[in-house]
Design a protein around this ligand. Structure first.
Ligand SMILES: Cc1ncc(COP(=O)(O)O)c(C=O)c1O
Length: 412
């Protein structure tokens, strides 16, 4: 699908009202400020998925009939689109997964686990989502390796100086880090982390979940070894995502899902695997999801620069408005925030804040945000988070601020 997002004003500015027309769900009485949890999907994405089911539905790779060939072409076409989107050298470097979590588990359990042992170290950062923490923790524990944590600076960025100092040459085997934090909104210098890790002989997986909707993904520029992301956080479908990996490393990953279509030959007592990436896609794959993801890639790439500036402006408006309120603490550094703002209201539980906001038709996330290790380091149990997309408006941010004030009045 190559339909351009609407929303470009003639003056080169950006009008979210035009863009909103592509999102039927936004016609409901809701200010959707929970985009970091999942975005909404524009009509071109829904149409692409519908079109697949209406016109081309078949299982891929295993059928000789014409619909099977069409479905395979659509699926492999989507793979090529993802490869281009992340700057891969070839489509074969892209594995379709159920999402970021599935991609990370594939690497942690299918490769990293077999490369570590007692005395080795695996590093994650203090701001990781549980999806990029627990798989590494389990792999390290299973093999007797140590899990180390890149600490935070007082400002709430990764303390790379400390990381570099403590990185154990030849001991550190793997580093797993988020491109963008789902709580603090900071963009991590993944290139610097990759450089330091590679100097020590370690491999790096980058969790791209919160970056892909807002920043240009380029695995070559990052120089990472693996990159995982989810479709549903970038206007695509749920249940589909991708794992990019260097071809030579993907060849070494043990598949986690054994079954149909991931094999080359099956004997009674042995099996060999299909070529990469198909060996990682056992069972019937999510073809409509892949087609929808390709449409979302088209859609997000057609957004004008002004749309991204608009999102950054909304995050700034929210952060400044919240920071100016007595009793409200905004989490994370003030500068360089990407599309989200997490905050705490003194004396009011984040769930109560979210409930009051919901009563006013405003959807935000509240809780530990799947980042309990970070919450502990921040000295809190939970926070509320507003996260933005180009279809959000300054008026929605104003309503957010009014709602937080109302929660304060109600509970304190
Ligand atoms: C930074 C980060 N990593 C990983 C995930 C997990 O993504 P998924 O649930 O799509 O697998 C999320 C989801 O919130 C996230 O924000």
């Amino acid at each position: 699908m190559s339909e351009r997002p609407e929303g470009e004003r003639q003056a080169g500015g950006f009008d979210p009202a035009l863009l909103r027309r592509q999102f039927a769900i936004l016609g409901r009485d809701v200010a959707w400020l929970d985009n970091a949890a999942t975005t909404q999907r524009p009509e071109p994405v829904l149409a692409a998925m519908n079109g697949f089911y209406r016109q081309h539905n078949a299982n891929t790779r295993r059928s000789v009939h014409r619909l099977g060939a069409e479905a395979t072409a659509a699926y492999e076409g989507a793979r090529a689109a993802v490869a281009k989107f992340v700057g891969a050298a070839a489509p074969e470097e892209v594995v379709f997964t159920a999402g970021t979590t599935a991609g990370i588990n594939t690497v942690a359990a299918g490769l990293a686990r077999w490369e570590i042992g007692p005395g080795d170290e695996v590093w994650v950062s203090a701001m990781e989502h549980h999806s990029n923490w627990v798989p590494w923790m389990k792999a390290a524990q299973a093999m007797g390796a140590a899990l180390r944590v890149i600490p935070l600076t007082p400002e709430g960025r990764l303390d790379l100086a400390s990381f570099r100092k403590r990185l154990g040459a030849h001991r550190t085997k793997w580093v797993a880090v988020a491109w963008v934090s789902n709580v603090l909104g900071v963009v991590n210098d993944v290139r610097a982390i990759c450089d330091a890790a590679h100097e020590s002989g370690a491999r790096v997986l980058v969790d791209g979940a919160q970056g892909v909707a807002h920043l240009r993904a380029d695995v070559a520029a990052m120089d990472c070894d693996f990159f995982a992301f989810s479709g549903h956080k970038m206007y695509g479908p749920m249940g589909i995502g991708a794992l990019w990996g260097r071809r030579a490393l993907l060849e070494q990953v043990e598949p986690l899902l054994y079954g149909g279509e991931m094999v080359s030959r099956v004997e009674d007592q042995a099996a060999t695997w299909a070529e990469v990436p198909h060996r990682f896609e056992g069972g019937t794959t999510n073809v409509a999801g892949a087609v929808g993801l390709a449409a979302a890639i088209d859609w997000v790439q057609a957004l004008p620069a002004a749309a991204h500036a608009h999102v950054a402006g909304l995050a700034r408006q929210a952060a400044e408005g919240l920071a100016a309120m007595k009793g409200v603490t905004v989490r994370g550094p003030a500068e360089g925030r990407v599309a989200l703002v997490s905050f705490s209201v003194e004396g009011v539980h984040s769930h109560d804040v979210a409930q009051v906001l919901d009563g006013r038709g405003i959807a935000v996330r509240a809780g530990h945000m799947c980042a309990q290790p970070l919450m502990r380091r921040l000295g809190i149990e939970s926070a509320a988070r507003a996260s933005f997309a180009p279809y959000n408006t300054p008026d929605e941010v104003r309503r957010l601020l009014e709602g937080v004030r109302a929660a304060q009045e109600l509970f304190t």
